[in-house]
Design a protein around this ligand. Structure first.
Ligand code: SF4
Ligand code: SF4
Length: 460
């Protein structure tokens, strides 16, 4: 089997449905070039309010790490817990971990994380169904970046947009930014958890934004939202008026990947994040809107991060958004969504950057925001890859102004030098190039692999 054939059979996300619906933007946009207009499928799941997941008979596996770092468990099997109790101590680089519901510890063992596609140590809690909080004692909010950084680590805060980077570390590396940029783009098709959060909890979000701007001594705070979320924009604007806040709501370009960090920074601040630069180096502090909400709950209500909103959508009878305790089995959530019998598996994350669930016993983590039950309508069978026809469509759509076809050729040759020269490290793995490629080449997946070659050649 050739390399192309192997990719064609292995790659989970089938693209032909999207190829029919996209309109590649051939001219540079106002602020950043490339990107795709995608059919968003948001209306499948964004019409209903967020519901709480029923916990009866649930056994949760709360991860104490993310595969790279791990907190140290501080509970014993048999111990009774309340929701919010500390169950693993972190340190300067690892956030603390808390019980995501009340119940009894039944095991400390590995479990498979749906969105990380790997096994990590988890603390298993048999839910008692009461979901009873421990005694929460809100104190005075941290006054500056130093205090807030320590506090964020102790409250288990991580980026909820997908990366899961510890918020405390981000705050400690902020380097006196002059702009707070809040990412409410949610540009991946199907995903609506941030949309519902902004519609329903806009006041908490704006309060948290005001607080964070003040704690970091930032004058300007902006939220970027795509125009396909008019209710969310309205709710945020209403909250801003009610609170007489100076936070600004900005409409982002309606094209994928508007929420990618370099694109968001360009759209909201006009500043360009060059390859290898951190947002702090251009004077901005970027936070996903759900992370900001969680920070507000921690600061004003003393609630550690123990739940997140998960979109359940695709080929199901009951799509919607559920507020889910961290560590909930994916199978429990799918039971609530009721998949159609003729489904083709489950996509974890969005269709562009997510992956096919391989372990039915997987559990959710803090970064698992969407489960899409696949069907042939949403994910049609992928056709065989063929040779590059030099159409340049991949170049037109790349938001990082890369040359995907050159990168792909260099990857095939295992040519680390050319991969570096062509700035592989700037690739944000958005998958836009793969979606428009008429030859069906596995560009994005190749670039993920290629980064290992570049790291290897840099070490030599
Ligand atoms: S996956 Fe990488 S190369 Fe392809 S369009 Fe996105 S940023 Fe460009
Ligand atoms: S889109 Fe595909 S076929 Fe066209 S130039 Fe790029 S890699 Fe080649």
């Amino acid at each position: 089997m050739s390399q192309q054939e192997a990719f064609a059979t292995q790659r989970p996300y089938q693209q032909s449905w999207i190829q029919r619906l996209i309109t590649p933007l051939r001219r540079p946009g106002k602020r950043w070039q490339g990107g795709l207009k995608l059919k968003d499928y948001k209306s499948l799941s964004n019409g209903q309010p967020i519901k709480r997941h029923a916990l009866a008979n649930s056994v949760l596996s709360v991860p104490v790490g993310n595969g790279r770092t791990s907190a140290t468990p501080c509970v014993a099997v048999g111990q009774q817990l309340k929701k919010g109790d500390v169950i693993a101590h972190g340190d300067h680089s690892t956030p603390w971990v808390h019980a995501s519901t009340s119940g009894r510890v039944t095991a400390i063992q590995t479990a498979y994380l749906a969105d990380r596609d790997s096994e990590v140590v988890c603390i298993q809690i048999e839910a008692d169904g009461r979901d009873e909080w421990c005694k929460l004692q809100p104190g005075n909010p941290p006054r500056n970046a130093e205090e807030l950084s320590v506090f964020a680590m102790q409250m288990g805060l991580v980026g909820l947009g997908g990366a899961g980077f510890p918020t405390g570390i981000k705050i400690s590396g902020a380097q006196q930014p002059d702009m707070l940029l809040i990412n409410g783009a949610e540009c991946e098709p199907f995903v609506t958890c941030d949309d519902r959060l902004m519609r329903e909890r806009a006041d908490d979000i704006i309060r948290a934004a005001d607080y964070l701007a003040s704690a970091l001594s930032i004058q300007t705070a902006r939220i970027g939202v795509e125009p396909n979320k008019p209710e969310a924009i309205k709710a945020l604007q209403h909250a801003i008026r009610q609170r007489t806040s100076t936070v600004e709501v900005h409409t982002l370009p309606h094209r994928y990947p508007a929420g990618g960090q370099p694109m968001l920074i360009r759209s909201l601040s006009g500043r360009k994040l060059a390859t290898g630069m951190l947002p702090a180096e251009v004077g901005v502090f970027v936070l996903n809107v759900a992370t900001l909400y969680a920070l507000g709950r921690a600061v004003f209500h003393a609630e550690p991060l123990v739940t997140r909103i998960v979109t359940l959508t695709g080929h199901v009878h009951k799509p919607g958004n559920l507020e889910v305790p961290i560590g909930t089995p994916v199978a429990d959530l799918l039971r609530e969504a009721v998949p159609h019998a003729d489904n083709n598996g489950v996509q974890v994350g969005g269709p562009m950057m997510g992956h096919l669930l391989t372990q039915p016993k997987a559990v959710t983590s803090k970064t698992c925001g969407c489960l899409i039950v696949r069907s042939t309508q949403f994910f049609p069978a992928r056709t065989q890859a063929s040779d590059c026809i030099r159409c340049n469509r991949c170049i037109d759509v790349c938001p990082m102004a890369l040359k995907p076809l050159k990168l792909y050729e260099a990857y095939q040759r295992q040519d680390g030098m050319t991969l570096q020269q062509e700035q592989l490290n700037a690739c944000i793995e958005c998958g836009a190039c793969s979606e428009v490629c008429p030859s069906n080449l596995p560009l994005r997946d190749s670039f993920r692999e290629a980064k290992k070659i570049v790291v290897g050649s840099a070490r030599q």
